[in-house]
Design a protein around this ligand. Structure first.
Ligand code: HEM
Length: 338
């Protein structure tokens, strides 16, 4: 598929982010039923549906340039969104290799990689980067390997260390989280960083998910969708900037619901890293306004039913309690049974 990059859009201040009709069509609407509960919704990350977000391991879309500019802005203000503990250096190089090899194979029009032993040559034509370096030698790159490559790939990344039958969040680049913080979670285990999530632990979701992830093999990645809501197309909804966006939740009215409220869907991808035996967890975030979403047949109706019946603890955790009523009422106009 040939993708046209949108002119620079913003995810803050005047919020000029919009989806083209193509982007709306390929948006990963996450609901297969009229209700939602947490589950271990993991599937093999096999390529499917050419042109869809499931075609490649790492999806590059029309928002690429805007999202990379947004990441640079966040890092300028807060370099602590990037973190690699010393023992994670091999995992960082693994991640760089996985990203460069996949991007250059899947999007040869923008990314090129030549490998001559440890001597590598990387070109990113979309961002105008031409870099020769020695694989494994950070002094030959302008910055550390994980930072270098994740400044060029959409989505957040956590690298997990596997030890003692558990996973630890010991590295990452997280500039567009749905209300969690890499600096806060750094060093935590799988169950520890999931502590704020209601209901799921009692349902055994995390026990089963962890067991599955610990057994993952190289070359057999998996994926799952997660979703929440965000006011305005704000990628950086992190605890660090809560003072900038927390009060937005009180600004939703029947007149502005369609423009302000966004469904935020994460395509999460998990892959074993071959040399370090770490795990890559990437979170590719897609945003869509309610006005855009209801252009698709059936989506407004289904979202109405899901949000109307969502258990309160989950709605509260996802931060929608203050405007849930207004939103459900607005969506009810798209539900013939309401
Ligand atoms: C190692 C890979 C994973 C990482 C790094 C990760 C990380 C996180 C983080 C940071 C949160 C936010 C917690 C907070 O509020 O502070 C979260 C939420 C959550 N995670 Fe994971 N997770 C991983 C794998 C999984 C898997 C495999 C499942 C499968 C069921 C899962 C299920 C959930 C659920 C249900 C939530 C709540 C999301 C919501 O309601 O918006 N996670 N995860």
């Amino acid at each position: 598929m040939s993708i046209q990059f949108s002119p620079k859009e913003t995810y803050r201040e005047n919020f000029s982010f919009r989806n083209s009709p193509d982007a709306i069509q390929r948006f990963p609407f996450p609901f297969n039923e009229d209700s939602y509960l947490y589950s271990v919704n993991i599937e093999p990350a096999n390529s499917k549906d050419p042109g869809s977000i499931y075609e490649h391991w790492f999806d590059i879309d029309e928002h690429y340039l805007s999202e990379m500019a947004e990441r640079a802005l966040v890092l300028d203000k807060d370099p602590g969104r990037y973190l690699v503990m010393p023992h994670m250096q091999p995992a960082a190089w693994d991640a760089l290799q996985m990203l460069m090899e996949n991007l250059s194979r899947d999007y040869p029009q923008w990314f090129e990689l030549d490998q001559d032993g440890q001597h590598w040559h990387w070109r990113n034509k979309a961002l105008g980067i031409d870099q020769r370096f020695i694989f494994g030698d950070a002094s030959t790159l302008p910055c550390e390997p994980l930072e270098f490559i994740t400044r060029q790939v959409q989505g957040d990344f956590a690298l997990l260390d596997q030890r003692d039958n558990d996973l630890f969040m010991d590295a990452g680049m997280v500039t567009s989280p749905a209300d969690w913080s890499l600096a806060f979670d750094a060093g935590m285990s799988f169950k520890q960083w999931h502590t704020p999530v209601p209901m799921a632990n009692q349902m055994g979701v995390f026990d089963r998910a962890l067991k599955y992830l610990l057994a993952m093999q190289t070359g057999q990645p998996v994926r799952r969708l997660n979703w929440t809501l965000t006011i305005n197309p704000r990628l950086d909804s992190s605890p660090e900037t809560f003072h900038e966006w927390g009060s937005d939740r009180g600004t939703v009215t029947p007149d502005n619901v369609g423009q302000r409220v966004h469904l935020r869907v994460e395509l999460q991808f998990m892959a074993r890293l071959p040399r370090s035996n770490g795990l890559m967890f990437s979170i590719r975030t897609y945003l869509i306004s309610m006005d855009e979403l209801v252009t698709q047949p059936g989506w407004g109706c289904r979202l109405h039913r899901v949000l109307r019946d969502l258990p309160d603890p989950i709605a509260d955790y996802k931060g929608m309690t203050r405007y849930r009523q207004t939103l459900v009422e607005w969506l009810s106009h798209f539900d013939p049974d309401a």
